[in-house]
Unconditional design. Structure first.
Length: 108
């Protein structure tokens, strides 16, 4: 008697599909957990030898900015502004790198 159907009789597919769905759900949960952990993590960067410090969460929320009073020179505000930009860009780069590590490991 000849078999009919193009999927090996149709018996293997539902089990495989079930496993694929469970694996996808596990990956989704892991991705959500990684995202939550990243958003709660704090990142810190400094510039100007520590004259400016920026603390930000992985959710891109600034928690603190600390400026050493010696870094405040009314005659040279541009240097202070540059240090703030460097520190903020550095901390954002850290967040992006950490996010890539976490989400890159998920195959996305």
């Amino acid at each position: 008697m000849a078999r009919r159907g193009g999927f090996g009789g149709g018996m293997g597919m539902p089990g495989n599909m079930n496993n694929l769905m469970k694996q996808a759900q596990r990956m989704q949960r892991q991705m959500e957990e990684n995202k939550k952990a990243l958003e709660e993590k704090e990142f810190k960067a400094t510039a100007g030898g520590g004259a400016v410090e920026v603390v930000m969460t992985g959710a891109h929320q600034m928690q603190a900015i600390t400026i050493d009073p010696d870094a405040v020179d009314p005659e040279d505000i541009e240097t202070l502004q540059d240090m703030i930009i460097v520190a903020v860009n550095d901390v954002l780069g850290q967040i992006t790198e950490e996010s890539s590590k976490l989400m890159g490991g998920m195959g996305f």
